[in-house]
Each structure stands twice: as structure tokens, then as C-alpha cells.
Design a protein around this ligand. Structure first.
Ligand code: AVI
Length: 319
């Protein structure tokens, strides 16, 4: 990490994880919150998903970044504070940092070790760039450390990867309202959004033959075993991914292959054969649908870049 860098650990406590898991598994339709996919094992599995042939979003967004990062930098203007939600390994951000030369980069991620490693790598590659890494759950409110000393001219939020699609539309608006508060009046937003497309392409992207997405989904149960003293038998749950056209979303589930009772600490949860845990939604939007959604949070669309095959979009918006 460069001499100017700082690391702030605001990560949620284990108790919150336990409460969320038990609350979700007690619902008539069992659910788990997708943010819990991203412990360090889950973050590594997600990186493996991004490299899959079937998973088109990462390479398509990367190609858009390569083609248009100079135009994006022009939108951001010189010396902005670049704040990234869910920064992971900060791969796409390198292109934006190189083009925009921000006054400070603030990566925010829930996976502390991944964040620490990414911040160190950036410190090596951009030795003059102050990096203020914040380990936090950005799906809830949290206090950003003061950035006043870096003398940025404005703030810009970077939210790539179509992670916005993992929120339901009302949660997306709530998230964008929080993002607008962080950016402040006149602040910018560069956001990657996966586009609506045919069912076959989508289902292949979320159920690859190599089983990487299945391993990512099942790691959620493995994480509960590791951290909450539970005894999920991973062999008796199967990964399911299906596209719901009316909702415009991929749904991921874990399906119990038999009647069973699972212990979580001192509690227990029963499953019928065929019952599922709904683990993730991944919403897909048309350009106009997303612009309308963001407008509900006060963001005006300024530019939008889409690849030639119409798979993925990157929007530049201002509040
Ligand atoms: C992080 N997020 C945008 C991914 C997605 O495509 O919804 C998570 C993912 N789940 C399965 N594959 C990838």
C-alpha cells in the first residue's frame, strides 16, 4: 500500500450474519441475503465465474471500459474523489483510474482480505494515488471517512459489474438515493448494468457446465457451517438458476434433494425434498428501464455506452 493510504474496517459483526441467516430460513419461502456470498472463498469463486466463457458480463463490461474510459474520464473531470462500491479486486477500476487520474480512490468492499490485497496492488501500480480502503457493508448506511485532505473537486461513484441487479428495484432506488447522498449535489455516477436478453444465454451464464456458479452458490451453506457452527450437508443441496421473464431477473436457488433437518448453532431448520432457498436475484434492465429507475433516485442520464451485441450497458449519470 502507498504511504498515503488508509484502511478502515467497518465490517459487520458475526451476530448480524447469524440473525440474517436464521430470519431468512424461517420465512415460508426460505431466502438468504446474497451479500453473504462474498467471504474470501466466495470472492475467489466469483473471480472464477468472471473468467467463464458463459459469463459474458465481465469481459463485455471490460471491453466497454477499454473502449470508452477516456470518454468516461472526461465526464468525471480532473481530480475527482473516485468512490467504488463493491470494489472486489478493482480490475476495471484500473482503466478508469489511469484515464481520470483521481485525487483519491476509495474502494469499499465487505470482503476485508480481498480489499486489503486489492489496495496493496493499487498502491504498487499507482504509487502517487492516495487509496482510502473501507471494509463495509455498502448495502446499508455507513459513515465514509473524511476525504477533505485530498482536495478533490467533486465526488464520483463507480459501481460496475451490474451489482445493482442484485437488489430488487425498490432496494436499487434506496441504494441510489444513498449513493446520491455520498456523491453530493453535482456528483457523478458510472454504473454497469446488464441488459435484458434471451433466456438461454442468461441461464447458461448462471449455470455453467464446469459447476463454478454451483460452487459459489453452495459456498453460502459452507460459510454458514464454518462461521455459525452449522451442519448443512452440501451434497444434499443442488444449485438451480432460472430466468423469470416477467420479473426480468435470473433467480438462483439451492434445492434440498431430501427431507432433512439442519442444525445452526442451537437452532434447527427443516427442509422438505424439493424445497428451495432463494439465494439471489440478478435483474436485467433495458437502457430506458434503468434510466427511469435511476431518475427515481434523482440521477439524470448524461451518457450511455452499449456493446455492439447489446449485452451490457455502462451509464454516466449526475445528481
Ligand atoms: C455480482 N453480481 C453482479 C453477479 C451477477 O451476475 O448477478 C453475481 C453472480 N451470481 C452468479 N453469478 C454471478
Amino acid at each position: 500500500m502507498s504511504a498515503l493510504s488508509a484502511f478502515h474496517d467497518l465490517s459487520p459483526v458475526a451476530d448480524r450474519f447469524r440473525e440474517d441467516v436464521l430470519q431468512g430460513l424461517r420465512l415460508p419461502r426460505k431466502t438468504l441475503v446474497p451479500k453473504y456470498f462474498y467471504d474470501d472463498v466466495g470472492s475467489a469463486l466469483f473471480e472464477a465465474i468472471c473468467a467463464l466463457q458463459e459469463y459474458y458480463p465481465t469481459r463485455t463490461e471490460m471491453a466497454l471500459m477499454q473502449a470508452h474510459s477516456a470518454a468516461m474520464a472526461e465526464c468525471l473531470g480532473p481530480r475527482c474523489a473516485l468512490i467504488e462500491f463493491g470494489s472486489g479486486v478493482s480490475r476495471k477500476t484500473r482503466l478508469l483510474i489511469a484515464a481520470a487520474n483521481p485525487a483519491v480512490y476509495v474502494p469499499i468492499d465487505i470482503a476485508c482480505e480481498t480489499l486489503r490485497a486489492a489496495a496493496s496492488g493499487l498502491g504498487r501500480d499507482f504509487p502517487m494515488l492516495p487509496v482510502v480502503a473501507v471494509c463495509a457493508d455498502y448495502s446499508a448506511s455507513f459513515e465514509l471517512p473524511s476525504l477533505a485532505r485530498y482536495g478533490a473537486r467533486r465526488r464520483a461513484i463507480y459501481f460496475p459489474g451490474s451489482t445493482i441487479g442484485n437488489f430488487d428495484p425498490d432496494e436499487s432506488v434506496a441504494f441510489l438515493v444513498r449513493a446520491a447522498k455520498v456523491a453530493g449535489p453535482g456528483g457523478g455516477l458510472v454504473i454497469g448494468v446488464d441488459l435484458r436478453k434471451d433466456k438461454a444465454t442468461l441461464e447458461a451464464a448462471y449455470d455453467d457446465p464446469q459447476g463454478v456458479t454451483a460452487a459459489f452458490n453452495l459456498n453460502l451453506l459452507a460459510r454458514i457451517n464454518r462461521e455459525l457452527d452449522a451442519d448443512f450437508d452440501l451434497r444434499s443441496f443442488r444449485h438451480r438458476a432460472c430466468y423469470s421473464e416477467p420479473h426480468g431477473r435470473i433467480e438462483m436457488h439451492l434445492e434440498s434433494s431430501r427431507d432433512q433437518t439442519v442444525r445452526i448453532g442451537a437452532e434447527s431448520v427443516t427442509f422438505r425434498a424439493g424445497e428451495t432457498i432463494h439465494t439471489e436475484n440478478s435483474y436485467k434492465y433495458s437502457v430506458q428501464e434503468f434510466q427511469a429507475l435511476a431518475a427515481c433516485a434523482g440521477f439524470q442520464s448524461r451518457q450511455c455506452w452499449v456493446d455492439a451485441a447489446g449485452l451490457f450497458s455502462i451509464h454516466y449519470m449526475e445528481c
